[in-house]
Write a protein that binds this ligand. Structure first.
Ligand code: FES
Length: 112
């Protein structure tokens, strides 16, 4: 896994939803109740832009058809049968870092 700094996020303690690029992926970074979450930015239902959504009760809501996903795990709400990728986040000296495992790293891990 490689850690990518996200300098666009300057105050991780405040609520926010931002689209950022890291490790060749487009991510939805969310500041919610003092924590930072990194999720994929594309809704698996019909491709909605999750960075245009909002948060409620610990979930990220898609603005298109209002499917919702856990901020902690990316798991879709009951009945949806879907998920979005979630990525580990660390804050070091006030800078947000997102951990991304490349496709080839995942393949290597599968054969260990
Ligand atoms: S595109 Fe996100 S809920 Fe339909």
């Amino acid at each position: 896994m490689r850690w990518y700094p996200i300098p666009e996020i300057t105050d991780a303690g405040k609520p926010f939803i931002r689209k950022v690029k890291a490790g060749g992926r487009t991510l939805c970074l969310v500041g919610y109740e003092g924590k930072v979450y990194a999720l994929s930015a594309r809704c698996p239902h019909a491709g909605g832009d999750l960075t245009q959504g909002w948060c409620k009760d610990g979930k990220l809501i898609c603005p298109v058809h209002r499917y919702s996903f856990s901020l902690e795990t990316g798991k879709g709400s009951e009945g949806q049968g879907d998920y979005i990728d979630s990525y580990p986040v660390e804050i070091r000296d006030g800078v947000v870092y997102v951990g991304i495992t490349s496709f080839w790293e995942k393949v290597k891990q599968a054969f260990k």
